[in-house]
Design a protein around this ligand. Sequence first.
Ligand SMILES: [Zn+2]
Length: 180
Amino acid sequence: MNHSSKFASGIRVTGRSRVELRDVASLIRKTLRLEKCAKFPVIRFLEYMQRTFEGFDFEIVEKVELPKGIYAYYNPIQDCVVIDERFYALANQGNGFALWTILHECAHRILHRKQMAAFARQDRTPHKPYEDSEWQANTLVAELMMPPEMLHDGMTAEEIVEKFGVSPKAAEVRLETYKK
Ligand SMILES: [Zn+2]
């Protein structure tokens, strides 16, 4: 549940490169016919997952039901994304950080459900960024919310915030990876 783009906080999962995650993102955008839509509709996607992914659900709860400092998390046993009600309201108002966080939890469902559910075997040994659950979830979110074909040279962080509805921090990190 670490949402910084820095590596090394998650569990070890099957390796996936940025290119593979970009393909996953592009397939999702194609399936939902969002190729031309700059602002990824996170809440609509959450509802789409609820309708389409068998057994998956999301739940809006009061703050007291969540651990301190946590606004959303994915429960792999119940196959459910749990979201703080005020945070959910913020996402509905277009808050970039709230949207990112909710989509990040959806990314865990898409990428890591089985491995996250296997508590006993959760592997926290040193591993490469591309094998890290948090890196993978954040990378998928970045590719979904700011697809490379909609970015262009010379774009500023402010323009990215405006176009994609992400937080300033996410825009800055995206610019760094885009330049590479
Ligand atoms: Zn996470």
